[in-house]
Design a protein around this ligand. Structure first.
Ligand SMILES: Cc1ncc(C[n+]2csc(CCOP(=O)(O)OP(=O)(O)O)c2C)c(N)n1
Ligand code: SF4
Ligand SMILES: [Mg+2]
Length: 351
């Protein structure tokens, strides 16, 4: 319950990161979600990733929409900036915040209803504009908060808790994100922290729109036989493309593309992501091949997880708009009020 404060004391030998923060410094209020909800595991992975990267909590802005998933930012990063927007509107609020202050690290947290139903257009435009953010959809294939209606990501033929079959085709946000030009696209599973934590760390260090579709079973309304987003179903059908480890820093890079071997990818800032290739013909730098692979894996009844696509150095929305390197909210009158002569020149150019 949120009215119960977490105790502040901790063991003197508790683990600290490079900033001297403990894991506790990345936590939020006690979760009020159903015990066992996949969303809580994603919150834990986000906290772990931020702790391991030694991110200063005050430099992170977490934004969400409406839903059980969108409630989760209350349960992590309690010392970070937070904004709980209207249902499906997180992407435009995040875009505006990012344009005003490019110095923060933006984390958008949403649900499949929030992003693939009411907020589908908002999702699409934030991705195609290359907003520098990590966008996580906690995908349970259901409207959890409003008690179990099918969402737009529910698979055709999957069964609701009440036994109703879904007749509509699903929206696959990973495929859409690839088609819209996202430069970091991944899918994971809330129950696989070994895969999810390095993916979130890599996404946080990526410049541009980094999208992670995280399957997150709703134990109250979508964890039964006939559901394709249940713990049992996802465990049985998970086709991991690569196993990941993420290291920040400027270590020398060696790459090996052979099947079953390690592949290291340098990110724009000198950090690296290490991939264990399970499949000799999979190349994370090939967008068209990634789309083909997704279709093939889906057709075989499996779910492709891992880092699906990565493009470095493509630049973000600020690069495209050629905005000032300083955050706009830090500019003073001298920069923002060019004076009557400059205004006359602009007006003359428009006549
Ligand atoms: C404009 C508007 N329409 C509908 C709702 C009702 N509503 C609240 S949450 C929700 C769906 C949430 O689903 P999802 O994003 O998948 O989150 P989950 O609860 O499954 O994590 C809906 C339809 C609302 N709050 N606002
Ligand atoms: S209803 Fe489902 S999504 Fe919502 S907290 Fe419970 S298990 Fe999680
Ligand atoms: Mg949902």
């Amino acid at each position: 319950m949120t009215y119960l404060a977490k105790p502040k004391f901790h063991h003197p030998a508790i683990e600290t990161n490079a900033l001297g923060f403990t894991h506790r410094d990345y936590e939020g209020a006690i979760s009020t979600l159903c015990a066992g909800c996949g969303h809580d595991s994603i919150s834990a992975a986000i906290m772990r990733a931020c702790f391991e990267l030694s991110l200063p909590p005050h430099r992170i802005a977490k934004l969400s929409g409406i839903g059980c998933s969108s409630k989760t930012p209350t349960y992590f990063l309690g010392q970070s900036h937070g904004f709980n927007s209207v249902h499906g509107r997180m992407p435009s609020v995040l875009t505006g915040a990012n344009l005003a202050n490019r110095d923060l690290i933006y984390l958008g947290v949403s649900g499949d209803g929030d992003s693939a139903s009411i907020g589908f257009g908002q999702f699409a435009h934030a991705i195609r504009r290359a907003v520098n953010m990590v966008y996580i959809v906690e995908n349970n294939g259901v409207y959890g908060l409003t008690k179990g209606q099918f969402s737009a990501t529910s698979d055709r033929g999957s069964k609701s808790k009440k036994g109703v079959l879904n007749a509509d085709s699903p929206i696959d946000l990973v495929t859409i994100a690839l088609q819209l030009g996202a430069t970091f696209v991944a899918r994971s599973f809330s129950g696989d922290k070994d895969q999810l934590v390095p993916l979130i760390k890599a996404a946080l260090e990526h410049e541009g729109a980094a999208f992670i579709d995280c399957i997150s079973p709703c134990i109250a309304f979508n964890n039964h036989d006939g559901s394709t987003k249940s713990f049992d179903y996802v465990r049985a059908h998970n086709a991991a493309l690569n196993s990941l480890d993420f290291m920040t820093g400027k270590a020398p890079i060696t790459a090996d593309y052979a099947e079953g071997a390690m592949q290291e990818i340098a990110l724009h800032d000198g950090s690296t992501i290490r991939l264990r290739k399970l499949n000799g013909d999979y190349d994370i730098a090939d967008r068209a091949a990634a789309l083909g692979h997704l279709y093939r894996v889906q057709a075989s009844g499996e779910i492709a997880t891992g880092l699906i696509y990565l493009e470095e150095g493509a630049g973000d929305l600020h690069a495209r708009l050629n905005t000032d390197a300083r955050p706009l909210n830090a500019l003073g009158d001298r920069d923002l009020v060019p004076g009557a002569a400059a205004l006359d020149r602009i007006n003359a150019g428009l006549r």
